[in-house]
Every structure is written in structure tokens, then in C-alpha cells.
Design a protein around this ligand. Structure first.
Ligand SMILES: [Zn+2]
Length: 498
């Protein structure tokens, strides 16, 4: 049994003006067995495929994996050129792979490509043209934006059920088991698809809390009633694409009626929860004031999730912390490669330095902030993740700095968007986050897999940024009119109310 494995994944924030080019992808493309070596022992979709292949004595053929880029933060529209170059190479490798029995594609789902409205469906269709009529099954991130085109192109689609994403390997196993059984003729994948028309900000999609918990509990209920896998992608609101928002894929073993019934039920449930997916969150001034009040009450550490910053250079929360006299805080990263280069040229550890940081990538990030303090760390750093997210993964950062502004105010300056998934990203730099009153992370939900055990309060602040909670502040051009809450239909009724 020969099963090919390929991956092409990207979460494209189309509101970022800087495009995602082939140049950014090319140094990180993995080929052949490299795609397996890279994830051995790390819980990922592909590692899940590998576990099943080993048990079932199936041979996995590594094709190509693309997705990592050298961008500083999130980047905008993927160029058509990048998509075509990567697909050309992928398809060439499929042609050279010999006879295949099936294809497993580990995609993301929130890729946005210039001139290709539904890239994941397009990837499956192009692979299909080369490999012919064999099963093609797809795994997706919970942030996928998809519609009926992918449901029609693929034999089965399997999506994460956790955010923080801790079930990638499990979903890889579910997909690979389905593939093996299908090749053996023991399973006939039968899929139903629904698009409820609900678009939600990532900050509201954590799966341990309502409303998402309600949705996934319902999926598991259907799985107990005989559905093989009931998947919901909550969707990625920061890509202005026609298939934006939640989607439901239900896979059964040759039971179309059951699949349709489950998909409709889950879709109706998501629609009924739509207002919970569009709550309001505090802005920086009121939010920081509330955090300081919590600290005074002894509810510390408080973790501020500066969730809207997709570029890493946002200064809104730091500015308020300084203005409102906050003490004993650690900012997990303000991205500023130029400030780092300046420090490298002009200063050494122990010096008192003054440097302007942040506010350079986009006007929405806020103005740069000038800070003065003792340079406590400057150079490269390496550490290994210990939390549930990416446990065992080695992180290497070429250049990073820590400035202590006094009164326990530690600012980390990083090369790119930085939100340590566990404490090691602080400990390696000589900061003990457990002793801080306030920790600031530019992240939405992933950090909570670890940090909920360390902090007393997780407090999201809706600073101006390219990934806001209030989606009606963004200008969408490509989304369907009836999609809640950003389609024309809902915007009009909102304006009428105001
Ligand atoms: Zn995701």
C-alpha cells in the first residue's frame, strides 16, 4: 500500500499590505523524506500519518511540504507566482512518485492567493488530475475557510477540534486510518457539507469555552451516534475571501442520510450561536485600567492577550502600561529588527540604552515608543518548548534583546511577531514570568494551553490591529452579502440601528 503525503499550508492575513512571495517560502520547502524527518516525535498531522502507516505496514511517500516563511509577522496575499511555482514542483514530484493507492494532504485552509479564490480546492483538483481516481483525503486547521468546492474535490476532510491546537496528531491518525480502510475496501467515505454563514474573530474560537465548546460537544455527540468524524472549521476572519467563515464537514461510512442530518444540525447550532461569536472586548485604555485593578486585588499574574496584533510591532498596550504607571510586567515581544540591529552595533549587555521600538510595520500598530533601561540580554537564544503546544520543538531566535526599564518592567525586543507558547521563552532570557504581575502576549488562544495554569486571569484587549475582535471595523470586498456579521446585509441593519 503506497500513500503519498504532501503539505502546502498558510494562514494569510489579507489585510497586511505586504504580499507573501515565493522568495519567502523557498528556503523552508521540504522534499521527499525530509517532510517526515522534520516532524518525527512532534505531534503533527504528518506524525499521525506516520504512526498509522507503521501500524498498518503502509508505505508513505514524501512529496513536498511548503508553508513556513521567513516573514516577520503575518503576511498578505500569496502571489500567484508563489502558488504556481510550489504547485508545479509538487505536481512534478507526484508524477515521479510511481503508482499510488491514496493521497493524504495536510493543508491549513486559510491560504489566500491572488486570482485563485479557493486555493485548497484548487490544490486537490490539480493533484487529482495527476494521480487519477484514487482517494484523496485532507486535514485542515480549525481556522480553515472552505466551501462546497473542497467537499466536491476531496474524498474526505478532517479538521482539528481544539484551539489551542493540541489534536493535530490525533486528526492525522483519524485521516490516515480512514485512508487505509478505504484502500482496503472496508470503508466508503461519504461526506456532507454545510456553510452556516457565520464569521468570527479568532479570540472567540477557543474550544474550552462557549460558544465553540458547545459546537464541538455536538460534533462528538454525532460521532457517538455513528458518524466517523464530524468536523467544524471555525474559519479565519482575517482573510477577505469568498469562502470565509465557519464550515461543517461530516464523514460517515457510506451513510449519506446520517451525514446530511448531522451536518445540518451542527450548521443550525452555529447559526444560533452567532451573537456569542461577535462580543465586544475592552480597548487598551479601559482594558489596562481594569488589569491594574485586578492586580491590586491580588489576582496576579494577569495575562494580557494583545490578540489583534498580527505584525508583532503594535505598541498600544505597552504605551498604556507605561502611561498608567504599571510595574512588574513583562512584554513577551515587540517586533523590531532595526532596533535590534541598532543595539547590536552600539551597545553591550549591562549598558543603559535608549531605543525607539515598534510602530513601524503599519500605521495601525501605533507610534514607536522610546524606552530607556538596562540592556539585560542581547544575542541569540535557543530553548525547547515544554507546554502542550509543540512540546519538544526547538526554538532558535537569531537576535533578541531584553531591556529592564526599572520597577520590574521587562520588554523583550524580537525579530518577528513573538508570543512564547510557554514559560521557556522568558526563562531562557532570564525572566521568571511567575513572579510578574502582568504578562503581555501577542496571541489569541494558543497560549492558554500552557499559560492558564500560570496566570490567574487571561484578559484579552482589543487594541487597534489587523486582527480585531470587532470585524465590522475591517473593509471586506469578497465576502457574501448574507454572512454574519460582516456581509452587506448585516452592515446595513447595523447602520440603520445606529
Ligand atoms: Zn489555527
Amino acid at each position: 500500500m503506497r500513500i503519498a503525503v504532501a503539505s502546502f499550508s498558510h494562514e494569510t492575513c489579507t489585510f497586511v499590505p505586504k504580499k507573501t512571495t515565493y522568495e519567502m517560502f523557498k528556503d523552508y520547502i521540504l522534499r521527499g523524506d525530509e517532510i517526515f524527518e522534520a516532524v518525527r516525535g512532534i505531534p503533527t498531522y504528518i506524525n499521525g500519518f506516520m504512526k498509522v502507516a507503521e501500524e498498518e505496514e503502509a508505505e508513505l511517500i514524501g512529496i513536498l511540504a511548503a508553508g513556513r516563511t521567513k516573514a516577520v509577522g503575518f503576511t498578505g496575499w500569496i502571489t500567484r507566482d508563489a502558488f504556481e511555482k510550489i504547485m508545479d514542483e509538487m505536481l512534478q514530484r507526484f508524477k515521479e512518485a510511481g503508482d499510488l493507492d491514496g493521497v493524504l494532504l495536510a493543508l491549513h485552509g486559510a491560504m489566500a492567493v491572488e486570482g485563485i479564490p479557493k486555493p485548497e480546492a484548487e490544490i486537490v483538483r490539480r493533484v487529482r488530475k495527476v494521480v487519477g481516481n484514487i482517494p484523496i483525503m485532507v486535514t485542515l486547521d480549525l481556522h480553515a475557510n472552505e466551501d462546497h468546492e473542497l467537499a466536491e474535490a476531496a474524498d474526505a476532510v478532517f479538521i482539528l477540534k481544539t484551539y489551542p491546537h493540541v489534536d493535530s496528531e490525533e486528526i492525522g491518525i483519524i485521516a490516515a486510518k480512514c485512508m487505509v480502510k478505504t484502500i482496503r475496501g472496508e470503508f466508503k467515505p461519504t461526506m456532507a457539507f454545510r456553510k452556516p454563514g457565520v464569521v468570527s474573530a479568532s479570540i472567540f474560537q477557543g474550544t474550552n469555552y462557549p460558544p465553540m465548546k458547545i459546537v464541538y460537544d455536538r460534533c462528538r455527540e454525532w460521532e457517538r451516534k455513528g458518524v466517523y468524524c464530524a468536523s467544524v472549521a471555525a474559519g479565519y476572519a482575517y482573510a477577505d475571501v469568498p469562502d470565509i467563515g465557519a464550515s461543517v464537514f461530516v464523514v460517515t461510512n457510506n451513510d449519506k442520510e446520517l451525514a446530511e442530518r448531522a451536518a445540518q444540525d451542527i450548521s443550525d447550532l452555529i447559526w444560533s450561536l452567532r451573537e456569542q461569536f461577535a462580543r465586544k472586548l475592552p480597548k487598551p485604555k479601559e482594558g489596562v485600567a481594569e488589569v491594574l485593578r485586578l492586580v491590586k486585588e491580588g489576582k496576579k499574574p494577569v495575562l494580557i492577550a494583545e490578540h489583534s496584533d498580527r505584525l508583532g510591532d503594535g505598541t498600544h498596550v505597552l504605551r498604556e502600561l507605561i502611561l498608567q504607571g504599571a510595574k512588574n510586567f513583562a512584554v513577551g515581544g515587540i517586533a523590531d529588527p532595526k532596533a535590534l540591529e541598532y543595539l547590536k552595533k552600539t551597545a553591550k549587555v549591562g549598558d543603559i540604552v535608549t531605543v525607539k521600538i515598534g510602530g513601524w510595520a503599519h500605521p495601525i500598530s501605533g507610534k514607536p515608543i522610546e524606552i530607556t533601561g538596562k540592556l539585560e540580554y542581547l544575542g541569540e537564544v535557543e530553548y525547547t518548548l515544554v507546554g502542550p503546544m509543540g512540546k519538544g520543538r526547538k526554538i532558535h531566535e537569531d537576535l533578541i534583546a531584553v531591556i529592564n526599564m526599572g520597577e520590574g518592567r521587562h520588554i523583550i525586543i524580537s525579530q518577528r511577531l513573538r508570543a512564547p507558547l510557554d514559560d521557556q521563552g522568558f526563562v531562557a532570557l532570564g525572566i521568571d514570568p511567575r513572579k510578574k504581575d502582568i504578562i503581555v502576549l501577542k496571541d489569541r488562544v494558543h497560549h492558554r494551553a500552557f499559560w492558564d495554569q500560570i496566570v490567574q486571569v487571561d484578559y484579552p484587549i482589543d487594541a487597534p490591529g489587523l486582527g480585531p475582535a470587532d470585524l465590522t471595523t475591517l473593509e471586506y470586498r469578497n465576502v457574501p452579502d448574507q454572512f454574519y456579521p460582516i456581509g452587506k446585509k448585516w452592515r446595513k441593519s447595523k447602520e440603520a440601528k445606529e
